[in-house]
Design a protein around this ligand. Structure first.
Ligand SMILES: Cc1ncc(C[n+]2csc(CCOP(=O)(O)OP(=O)(O)O)c2C)c(N)n1
Length: 279
């Protein structure tokens, strides 16, 4: 359904606020992953604010939709969105990565309300999502399972084993979203392990494949609506994104994949984000 101008504006502002919070969390923690946290903002925000069936007062609600942050290093973005939704107090956000904090560097389902799966070791999330979707089918539930996968993560062989299994089990309540920002930890996808025609690859495995701009909430939302119409097979949404989106000196580089943010850089990033509008 087309977004109203009011909704677009509201979500653009929210995305900007999420970016500011994420940068402050990583700055205060003295370590973290700015690049892949910033690229995933609209994807995670749109899922939680527009698409997922949730009850922040009851994080374990059996009928809820599930989210697997398979690229677990985007945890600051997930935590910010969970706090915005009311799963826990926003005052927790600046305890990121501290000993005994409920917000560890990677998502921990035993520590953080609203986190459905512990992740961080890349390659496993889609397989876990398959288990959840099969569990939902067996218990006659109607929930959807969303799995956010990094493009570098696609270099892990297990993702492709999962890609085969999801089709074998005809998991139409499983929706994978690839944060396709073209960079990974220490280089570009092209230099490290090119994926070639990623759309053709997923199609050849039997998936329904959609391709969108992963910084446009409306496109993300429409793609999910489309995915839900397809019966008998899973959908993957290839979301084209920009690593480090929103901060010019962090964009389109692996150099801000995992890096401490200095006071100077934090100030520069904040003033840049405050001046620009993203959509
Ligand atoms: C199994 C495993 N190997 C290596 C790492 C270290 N690591 C963390 S993030 C990352 C790069 C991931 O790239 P991508 O999936 O493209 O993430 P994004 O660019 O979206 O941040 C690597 C190699 C890891 N977390 N898990």
């Amino acid at each position: 359904m087309p977004y109203s101008e009011e909704k677009k504006e509201k979500l653009n502002k929210l995305a900007k606020d999420i970016r500011l919070t994420v940068l402050e969390m990583i700055y205060k923690a003295g370590s973290g992953h700015p690049g892949g946290s910033l690229s995933a903002v609209e994807i995670i925000m749109t899922l939680y604010f527009d698409k997922m069936k949730l009850d922040p007062k009851n994080p374990q609600w059996e009928d809820r939709d599930r989210f697997v942050a398979s690229k677990g290093h985007c945890a600051p973005t997930l935590y910010t969105v969970l706090a915005d939704k009311g799963f826990f107090s926003k005052s927790e956000l600046y305890t990121l990565r501290r000993i005994n904090s409920i917000l560890q560097g990677h998502p921990d389902m035993l520590k953080t309300p609203g986190v459905d799966v512990s992740t961080g070791s890349l390659g496993h999330g889609l397989s876990v999502g398959i288990g959840m979707a099969l569990g939902g089918r067996l218990s006659k539930k109607d929930f959807y399972v969303y799995v956010l996968v990094g493009c570098g993560e696609l270099n892990e062989g297990q993702v492709w084993e999962a890609a085969m299994a999801a089709v074998k089990y005809q998991l139409d309540h499983l929706i994978a979203i690839i944060d396709y920002n073209c960079y990974q930890l220490d280089g570009s996808m092209e230099d490290i392990m090119p994926l070639g025609d990623v759309v053709a690859k997923w199609r050849s495995f039997g998936w329904n494949v959609l391709e969108i701009n992963g910084h446009k909430s409306e496109e993300i939302s429409d793609a999910i609506d489309e995915a839900k119409k397809v019966k008998g097979r899973p959908t993957v949404i290839v979301a084209h994104t920009v690593k480090g989106k929103g901060v010019s000196f962090m964009e389109n580089t692996h150099l801000w994949h995992g890096k401490k943010i200095s006071e100077d850089d934090h100030e520069k990033a904040v003033s840049e984000l405050r001046e620009t509008s993203h959509g």
